[in-house]
Design a protein around this ligand. Structure first.
Ligand SMILES: Nc1nc2c(ncn2[C@@H]2O[C@H](COP(=O)(O)OP(=O)(O)OP(=O)(O)O)[C@@H](O)[C@H]2O)c(=O)[nH]1
Ligand SMILES: [Mg+2]
Length: 229
C-alpha cells in the first residue's frame, strides 16, 4: 500500500516538474512579432524581402500580407566587414490599401514593434494627410493603447534626390496630425494640448533608409536595441 502511494506521488511530482519545465522552455522561445505598415507604394514589401532574404526584389502592389519566421540581421564591424545572423522573428508585411485595414486591430495585441514605412520622396498634401490619418488611427486605437510598443518610422527612398529628411517629414506629418486631432473629440490624445511625436506615449524613432539599395542599417539597429534581437 505504502509502495503504491509513493509511486503515485512520484508520478504526480514528475508530471508537475514536466509541466513547469515545458512552460519555462517555451516562455523563452516566444517569437517577437513585428509588423510593417504604411501607405501603398511606400516600399514595405521591398523592405520585407531585404530583411527576410537580404536581397532586392521587384514587387507589385500587395493584395495580401507576407509573413516569415526568420530574418537576416546584417552588421558591419569596425573594418566595414559585414556579418550576417539568422534571427527567429515573426515579421508581417501588411498591404497599404486602406480597404485591407479593417482587420488590422486584431493584430495589435500580439505586436512587439511596428515599422512604419514612408515614401520620403512623396510629400503631396494628399499623401501627408493619409499618412497622418493612418498614424492617428493607430495611436488612438484602444487595443494599441493597452500596452504601447515602439515604432520605427522608416523614411524610405532616400536614394531619390527629391527625398525629404526624417526630421522634415516628422515635422510636416506632426502638423497634419494636429489638424486631424483638433477636428476630432478623441479622449486619448485630446488631453495633450498639441501632439508632439517627441512626447508621444509610443516610443518612436525616425530614420532614413533605402530599401531598394539595402541601406537599412537603422532598421537592424532598431530591432537589436528595441527588441534585443
Ligand atoms: N527609388 C526607390 N524605390 C523604391 C525603394 N523601395 C521601394 N521602391 C519602389 O517602390 C515601389 C513600391 O514598392 P513596394 O515595396 O511594392 O511597396 P509597398 O509599400 O509594399 O506597397 P503595397 O504593397 O501596395 O502596400 C516599387 O516599384 C519599388 O521598387 C527605395 O528605397 N528607393
Ligand atoms: Mg507590398
Amino acid at each position: 500500500m505504502s509502495f503504491l502511494f509513493i509511486l503515485i506521488l512520484l508520478i504526480i511530482i514528475i508530471i508537475i516538474v514536466g509541466i513547469i519545465w515545458w512552460k519555462f522552455i517555451h516562455k523563452g522561445k516566444k517569437l517577437k512579432t513585428i509588423m510593417i505598415l504604411g501607405l501603398c507604394e511606400a516600399g514595405k514589401t521591398v523592405l520585407y524581402y531585404q530583411l527576410k532574404d537580404g536581397i532586392f526584389v521587384e514587387t507589385q502592389s500587395s493584395m495580401k500580407e507576407n509573413e516569415t519566421r526568420t530574418i537576416k540581421l546584417k552588421k558591419k564591424n569596425k573594418d566595414e566587414k559585414e556579418s550576417e545572423k539568422n534571427k527567429e522573428v515573426h515579421l508581417l508585411d501588411w498591404p497599404g490599401h486602406a480597404r485591407l485595414r479593417g482587420k488590422l486591430d486584431q493584430f495589435y495585441p500580439i505586436l512587439d514593434a511596428i515599422i512604419f514605412v514612408l515614401d520620403s520622396s512623396d510629400t503631396q498634401l494628399e499623401t501627408i494627410t493619409s499618412t497622418a490619418e493612418f498614424i492617428y488611427q493607430i495611436f488612438t486605437d484602444p487595443k494599441m493603447n493597452m500596452s504601447p510598443i515602439p515604432f520605427l518610422f522608416a523614411c524610405n527612398k532616400s536614394d531619390l534626390y527629391t527625398s525629404y529628411s526624417p526630421s522634415k517629414l516628422k515635422q510636416i506629418i506632426q502638423v497634419e496630425f494636429n489638424r486631424i486631432k483638433d477636428s476630432k473629440t478623441d479622449k486619448i490624445i485630446q488631453n495633450q494640448k498639441s501632439f508632439n511625436f517627441d512626447k508621444a506615449k509610443f516610443f518612436n524613432q525616425w530614420v532614413s533608409i533605402s530599401a531598394k539599395d539595402g541601406k537599412i542599417d537603422s532598421v537592424y539597429d532598431f530591432l537589436e536595441k528595441q527588441l534585443n534581437l
